[in-house]
Every structure is written in structure tokens, then in C-alpha cells.
Design a protein around this ligand. Structure first.
Ligand SMILES: Nc1ncnc2c1ncn2[C@@H]1O[C@H](COP(=O)(O)OP(=O)(O)OP(=O)(O)O)[C@@H](O)[C@H]1O
Ligand SMILES: [Mg+2]
Length: 382
């Protein structure tokens, strides 16, 4: 049985001086006008569960203007246990506690996983490859602490190598950092390809259901050393040793070019992920509706992978997405949002929700009276 979030408390987070929510059930809908603080709630719950912000915010941006620190708390429980999570944000530092004891984020990751879906996620299709890599890495980091560590290590190595290339450091020094590019790069590529292999079947079949079987989506992960041929898309599978050899070879081939351009041109920071609908590259050809279907398929696939790996369904955080989806896609989402999946949804307008969904939801009206449901807004001040 999955842990459920029962209470949430924010202090000096974003627009909230204090916010307390209690009696949270399976489905909570936050409704209120623009700028009332709906997305701030989604971001806060995402910080507590997935330790990241969909806005890519710095700590300073999240602390309420004029305050020195933010404190985010949540209680989650099932029939056997009750866990108190606390995240404290202060001048460039994040501290985590579980049941009053300091913890490393790695110890907490995956306890209450979450999948966040916001209008910005449409960037997954239209935006740059780095958005797709980041989405894959965020999923990997949530379900596997080693994935998180290796990605962080690789980013450090990459920054270091780029700095050396900028200052035209000696070839010996660059060769020594290349050793680390190979080791961390091969490891990260392997994590990515294994995760993508899990995600892919769900991703493609979700799209098939949402499109009513009329169109097919094909998704591919291509490691940095391989070329992608859209006419003959290939799935790449490799061992860590094969990845090491491939990265090493690519480094040799492009050493002179890296020095000339003073930039690191080899490694998983250049991996690519491709989406095609009926053989047409989605980045250039997908309609708005198809783009939305791809993103929705991806989000539901993420949820399925989390459940497969961690054995529990993630909390679903849906920020203002109902208005972006048409009837069929909304239905696919509502089908997933069953009693077993704890879901927080924000909206400026309840008209986007069907009556059956609203009937079982706790509706929290921000900046106003709470409608008589078990989810209670215990305190709100801004
Ligand atoms: N660090 C901060 N300190 C104080 N206020 C902040 C901080 N960060 C954001 N805000 C305020 O929070 C408000 C935005 O909140 P939020 O994005 O949650 O609104 P929303 O209800 O989701 O609105 P919309 O319906 O337009 O998406 C803005 O008025 C913004 O100024
Ligand atoms: Mg918003």
C-alpha cells in the first residue's frame, strides 16, 4: 500500500507566510484565481517528494521575499507507519529531516515519489534535447540514488573539463580529466539507456491508447557517440565496457576539435532522445494535440516505471493541465487518476472537470472559504 500525504505545512515558502492543509485524501483540487498561489503548492509538494522544482528555481527564489528561510513539512502514512518529512531552505542550503532526524536526500529519495505535469512540460516535445535528458535524469534520480550521484558527478567533470578547455590547459591535464569523462560518461549512458528501455513500452502504448490506435508513436534514445538516422531509427543497447570504448574512441577522434572550439564535444551531455508520430519527427511535425498526447503519454509512463521499480504509485501533481487537454486526453488522465493514485490538481476553473471527478474530490478554494470536504485548509496567510 502506498504512502499517502495526509498533511502539508509551508512556512515562508513563495507567496505563503503560512499554509497548512490537513485531511488530504486521494484527490484534492485547488481552485483559485491567477497568482493566488496554486502552482506554489505544487512546487512545494514536489520539493518535499521529489526534491526538485519544476520551475528550476534557486533556493532564494523559493524563500518568501523578506524571510530568511523556508520550511516545508509533510506527514505521509499508510496503515503501518507515519513519516514526517521536513525540508528547510536557507541561504543556498537545503536540509532534509525524516521524523526529526537529519537525512541525506539519497536516504529519502523514492519514499514518496511524485510525477509532476505542468504546461511547461510541452517543452519536452518542442524544446531542446537538454529538456528531454533532464526529464529522463529527474526520473532516474527519483528511483535510484546511484543514478542521481553519477549524474551529479558527470556534471562536475564536464564543468571542470570545459573550464580547462577554455583556459587552454595542457594536453596532459585534459587527458587526465578525459579518464573521468569516460568513466562517469559510460556509467551515465548505461543508466539512461536502461531507464529508457523501461519507459519506452509504456510511453508508446500509452500514446496508442490516447490516440485511439489511429497513430503510432516511436521513441528512441541515442547515445552521444551514435548517429540517429530518422529513416532507420535504431534502439541502442550496450554494456558499460562498450560505452567506455565508444566514448574513448569519440574523444580521440574529436580531441583537436575540442581544443579548437574550447568546448567538450563528447559525452552523454550530447545524448539525444527522439519522438516520431507515424514516422514524422514530432519536434517539427507534431500538431499541438499530438504534442500534448506525447507529454501525457510520457508522464503516465513515468508513473508506471516508478510503480514498477519502487512498488508504489507516485503522487500525481497536475498544475493547470486540464485546460490544456481536450476531452479524449482529459479522459485518459482521469482514468489514471483512480482511487489508488493520490493526486493534487490545480485549476483556475472547475468547469474543466467532469462531475464524477469533482464528486470524489476535496475542493480547496484558495483565498476563500473551503467547501465542506474532508481536505481542510487549516491556515493560509500571505
Ligand atoms: N519568493 C516569493 N516571495 C513572495 N511571493 C512570491 C515568491 N515567489 C512567487 N511569489 C508570488 O506568488 C504568486 C504566484 O503564485 P503561483 O504561481 O502559485 O500562482 P497561480 O495560482 O499558480 O497562478 P496562475 O493561475 O496564474 O498560474 C505571484 O504573485 C508571485 O509574486
Ligand atoms: Mg499557476
Amino acid at each position: 500500500m502506498a504512502l499517502r500525504i495526509e498533511r502539508v505545512k509551508f512556512k515562508d515558502f513563495r507567496s505563503y507566510e503560512r499554509l497548512e492543509l490537513g485531511g488530504l485524501g486521494a484527490l484534492t483540487v485547488f481552485v483559485g484565481p491567477n497568482a493566488v498561489g496554486k502552482s506554489n503548492i505544487v512546487e512545494g509538494v514536489q520539493m518535499i517528494t521529489a526534491h526538485t522544482s519544476f520551475r528550476h528555481a534557486t533556493i532564494d527564489q523559493m524563500i518568501r521575499k523578506g524571510a530568511a528561510a523556508s520550511c516545508l513539512e509533510a506527514r505521509a502514512g499508510d496503515e503501518n507507519r507515519s513519516l514526517d518529512f521536513k525540508v528547510t531552505l536557507s541561504a543556498h542550503s537545503k536540509k532534509y529531516e525524516l521524523n526529526g532526524k537529519p537525512k541525506r536526500p539519497a536516504d529519502l529519495r523514492g519514499l514518496v515519489p511524485s510525477v509532476t505535469f505542468t504546461p511547461d512540460d510541452l517543452e519536452l516535445v518542442k524544446g531542446s534535447m537538454s529538456t528531454r535528458r533532464a526529464a529522463l535524469d529527474a526520473l532516474g534520480s527519483q528511483i535510484n540514488a546511484n543514478y542521481h550521484t553519477i549524474r551529479r558527478d558527470y556534471e562536475k567533470v564536464l564543468r571542470h573539463k570545459n573550464a580547462l578547455l577554455k583556459e587552454e590547459a595542457s594536453p596532459l591535464l585534459i587527458a587526465s580529466i578525459d579518464e573521468m569523462v569516460i568513466t562517469c560518461g559510460a556509467q551515465l549512458s548505461c543508466y539512461r539507456s536502461a531507464l529508457f528501455a523501461r519507459l519506452r513500452p509504456h510511453f508508446e502504448s500509452n500514446y496508442g491508447s490516447i490516440a485511439g490506435g489511429r497513430e503510432a508513436l516511436a521513441v528512441h534514445y541515442v547515445p552521444s557517440w551514435a548517429n540517429f538516422d530518422p529513416d532507420h531509427p535504431e534502439t541502442h543497447e550496450f554494456t558499460r565496457d562498450e560505452a567506455r570504448v565508444a566514448i574513448e574512441r569519440a574523444l580521440e577522434e574529436r580531441r583537436a576539435e575540442e581544443r579548437a572550439r574550447r568546448r567538450c564535444l563528447v559525452g552523454p551531455h550530447l545524448d539525444t532522445i527522439h519522438f516520431a508520430v507515424d514516422g514524422m519527427d514530432a519536434t517539427h511535425f507534431a500538431s499541438q494535440g499530438q504534442q500534448r498526447s506525447i507529454v501525457l503519454s510520457c508522464k503516465l509512463a513515468e508513473a508506471a516505471v516508478i510503480e514498477e521499480v519502487l512498488g508504489q504509485k507516485p503522487v500525481l501533481l497536475l498544475d493547470d493541465v486540464m485546460s490544456e487537454l481536450d476531452g479524449a486526453r482529459r479522459e485518459a488522465l482521469v482514468d489514471y487518476v483512480s482511487e489508488e493514485v493520490q493526486t493534487f490538481v490545480t485549476t483556475a476553473n472547475l468547469a474543466y472537470f467532469d462531475a464524477a471527478m469533482l464528486a470524489r474530490a476535496d475542493i480547496v478554494e484558495l483565498c476563500g472559504e473551503t467547501m465542506g470536504s474532508p481536505a481542510r485548509l487549516l491556515h493560509e496567510s500571505r
